[in-house]
Unconditional design. Sequence first.
Length: 738
Amino acid sequence: MILSFHLWFYHSICGSIIPSIILSFFHSIYGSIVPSVVLSFYHSIHGSMVLLFHLWFYGSIAPSVVLSFYHSIHGSMVLLFHLWFYGSIVPSVVLSFYHSIHGSMVLLFHLWFYGSIAPSVVLSFYHSIHGSVDLPSPCFLSPLMFCDVLFWVPLQDHKGFGIGELVWGKIKGFSWWPGIVVTWRVTGKRPANHGMRWLQWFGDGKFSEVSADKLDSITAFPKFFSQASYTKLASYRRAIFQALEMASVRAEKTFPPCESDHHDDQVKPMLDWANGGFLPKGEDGLKPSRSAGEQGSATAGPAPRFMLSDDPGVFSTEFCLSCGKTRVATFHPLFEGGLCQTCKDVYLEMSYMYDDDGYQSYCTVCCGGREVLLCGNVNCCRCFCVDCLDILVDPGASNSARHLDPWRCYMCQPLLSYGVLKRRHDWSLKLQQFFANDNGQEFEQPKIYPAVPAEQRRPIRVLSLFDGIATGYLVLRDLGFKVDQYVASEVCEDSISVGVVRHEGKIQYVHDVRDITKKNIQEWGPFDLVIGGSPCNDLSIVNPARKGLYEGTGRLFFEFYRLLSEAKPKDGENRPFFWMFENVVAMGVNDKRDISRFLECNPVMIDAIEVSAAHRARYFWGNLPGMNRPLCASGMDKLELQDCLEHGRVAKFGKVRTITTRSNSIKQGKDQHFPVLMNGKEDILWCTELERIFGFPVHYTDVSNMGRGARQKLLGRSWSVPVIRHLFAPLKDYYACE
């Protein structure tokens, strides 16, 4: 009690205990310092150990005593790192001691993941100890997943494929795809079932639970690599590159510099290496190690995402906003900056992909991102990934955004600079140019036909393939055209019923487009206008089981091309001839370019949001006059949702997202609200309101006792009437009107 009394007395007079006095006092009595007594007393007075670590740092107490005691009180070291984070301890001392005790940094990375330590400090220190940090491609792995990759954890079912292993995986409806085995924690879901593994797929970073029986080592590259998919799909090329990039880092494989700027030329040596068995190390060189230190220095690590200029903190003005490469191929359509060729292809594919909640599937800036923040503006459907916010805007910007409800994205906020991110003032025009000027292919300008004098104009003759609900005929009649003949190929009985009833039998319906022959075209023709839009299900990237342009319904495009070729004027026929083909924007880049190659022109991208109350972005190929002119609304267009509603109903939103054949596409926002209020309650859109949104007359699809679901499916597959009116209007200079 003597010691306690002296210390208590000193504290009561001075208000504190000077460490040197305590230590000198103990030393003078005992000839040494009993650490446990000092620490116990210190903790009982102060309630924490913050100041105590200053004693350790200044050499007054052996670190092992302090840390051992701290652990005995708190049961873990988590709070200790908070002290370091708040400046109470020099980081290098803490980390060095931690490493000396545990022999690795496994737990340390978990502390980083939970926010106790700044990642940059951890990685810098880790690199100083191990000489390298085996990181995968940027924005692909989370901190916790990074920890699991570095520190392999054995599995209990003895089926192999431990965490961190590079594999080929197969799930129903998909071809074999490269991925990496991850812990269940990073997925935010439950642990994998017995015999199953959680995979994160290269390319899009999504997760799937896959049977271990449907996995194979990445070394089986020649067996599972698909040259057809690699040629057609930018997402597959990106996945292969990411997988081989990580494999080359692990195997310490370097490749000679490539003089060509073409991405395929740069990847070719990696493909040859993979097809050759990943020599010289083979499978052993690709395994995840128990610590990154065992892998040695990686001489061919992945490139950093963003390249800085010589001036610290200043970004280069010419770099890809998506990946950071300094060699850009084109401009970014929404923000000041550029895109490299690879990221341009990704942007063309992914920018118009939407999830079931109506929001973009991927980040507005980079068309990637594992974790995204949704804009809280009810009329906006954009999202931004955490990485783009923290790197391009400001470190910690994502955390700040999380605390804002609602958070408005950088497309909705005022036109200012947010870090490096600055919205273009003419982004709407640039977006059109971006999709129109995909100059991977150059084509001759289509033939320009001179306007026909009014007295020489005759009624128009039309061949409509995949006609749907006769949108083409409706627009031609609304514009006042005299229609001499309208031949429509359609196989959906409900669609045919709508056309027959609403247009009083004036449309000549014919059989399946695949059964139309050259002789039929000669009998029904000649045609002045050929239009159509083949089914998009097997072309749309939104469909995970899509078969592409050359299989399934994708092949129907070639039926359009065949009949278009038959309907074109023969040599010597000097008459105006026009055509138009429509399809979804969210298709593979190679599918789009193949269609353009056959049709010998690039498409224009038109979004119905400019002339209606709903988003609906589509590609249009053709030779219609002025297809790429600005889209302007007319006085008859209903631009706001409220304008489309029945009396007594109130719109909760100004515009709605893309309406598809699925009923849940009507729900809006991240909270999946119904878009209408009636009598104080939320309600869905009625069929008559959907018809107004698409520009159709009220009750246009109300035939054959069709239910609401069937009518929405017809509308979800149809064209937007104001957009088709915009495209057909210039034809009034060529054909007779009433």
